[in-house]
Design a protein around this ligand. Structure first.
Ligand SMILES: Nc1ncnc2c1ncn2[C@@H]1O[C@H](COP(=O)(O)OP(=O)(O)OP(=O)(O)O)[C@@H](O)[C@H]1O
Length: 294
């Protein structure tokens, strides 16, 4: 297993607000990652640190084994795409492609033209005049065609309609099967990308809450339902709060391993244990406890 990006003990604060709190992640080579976190969780901040656009307060980042602060050239192996990248530019779409393709040595110009046709992007148009979704598509085309060993898509479906969202992900997968590379997709829409991902990273309160293979995450994410007194006997639910209560029954959301003792109790006490989707896990992890209306 080779490591494409090593994030080691990275911490970063904006004033006294801690955004990254001693984060360590190894992004393996040639895998597709989903980077999840609610609004403001720190996904973009982490991406900016990885690409050396932001100097972190503590910790280090290595790209293919080289420290980004010591060897700037390793950044040539990374392509980051985001919809807001070229905003306000008066250039034509084709000029933007020309300017950005220059940075990537394996850029696929033929594929760029094919994708423009597929997504009905007129390259002669002024970029500024494109719709929001069209702008996103331009960024995504650069990301796909870059063939960069590390390609990061920061919210790649902003403004895209359902058809174009699906189309983008299916083309991305095709491109990945043609040429393996490390792809990171930062998103809130896990259900849209689930089929594509090999590994999932969930950030919460500046920490890495989940970093695992998607199948493992699915296997270890549960809704646990039963009578309050029975559920209180499970050690995995100690000090946790239910996500729902109705009468004497409660529902918990749980992510992790379950001990044999707890599994036995679950069976004997007739407690219901059902796997939940990663989207549900993500939502439950970020649920606020306080009610808005009393
Ligand atoms: N340059 C900055 N100065 C001060 N605070 C910042 C700066 N950049 C980001 N932040 C704050 O850091 C936090 C994390 O922002 P970030 O953009 O990394 O989150 P995100 O997970 O990408 O969110 P979203 O999904 O909404 O794009 C936010 O509270 C944001 O306001």
């Amino acid at each position: 297993m080779s490591i494409a990006i090593e994030v080691k003990n990275v911490s970063h604060s904006f004033k006294d607000k801690k955004i990254c709190d001693n984060m360590s992640i190894n992004f393996e080579e040639n895998k597709i990652y989903g980077l999840l976190g609610k609004n403001g969780a720190g996904k973009t901040t982490l991406i900016n640190i990885i690409t050396n656009q932001l100097l972190c307060n503590n910790g280090e980042v290595k790209i293919f084994g080289k420290n980004i602060k010591e060897d700037n050239k390793v950044l040539n192996d990374i392509c980051v795409v985001r919809e807001r990248e070229f905003y306000d530019i008066e250039y034509k779409v084709k000029d933007i492609f020309k300017a950005y393709s220059y940075f990537y040595k394996d850029y696929d110009y033929k594929l760029q033209d094919k994708l423009c046709k597929r997504f009905e992007i007129n390259q002669k148009l002024i970029y500024k005049k494109l719709s929001r979704g069209m702008k996103t598509i331009v960024s995504n085309i650069i990301g796909i065609c870059s063939n960069s060993p590390i390609t990061i898509f920061d919210e790649p479906t902003i403004g895209l309609d359902a058809v174009n969202r699906q189309e983008f992900y299916s083309i991305l997968l095709e491109s990945y099967t043609q040429k393996n590379r490390t792809i990171i997709i930062s998103t809130h829409q896990i259900n849209e990308v689930e089929e594509l991902l090999e590994k999932v990273i969930i950030i919460k309160n500046g920490k890495i809450e989940v970093d695992d293979y998607i199948d493992e995450v699915k296997e270890k994410s549960y809704h646990i339902t039963g009578k309050k007194d029975d559920l209180n006997k499970l050690s995995i639910l100690k000090d946790r709060k239910p996500i729902k209560s109705f009468g004497n029954n409660e529902v918990y959301s749980y992510y992790g391993e379950i001990s044999d003792e707890d599994l036995e109790l679950i069976e004997n006490l007739n407690i219901e244990l059902v796997n939940m989707s990663i989207q549900d896990l993500f939502i439950n992890m970020n649920k606020k406890e306080e009610a808005i209306y009393e």
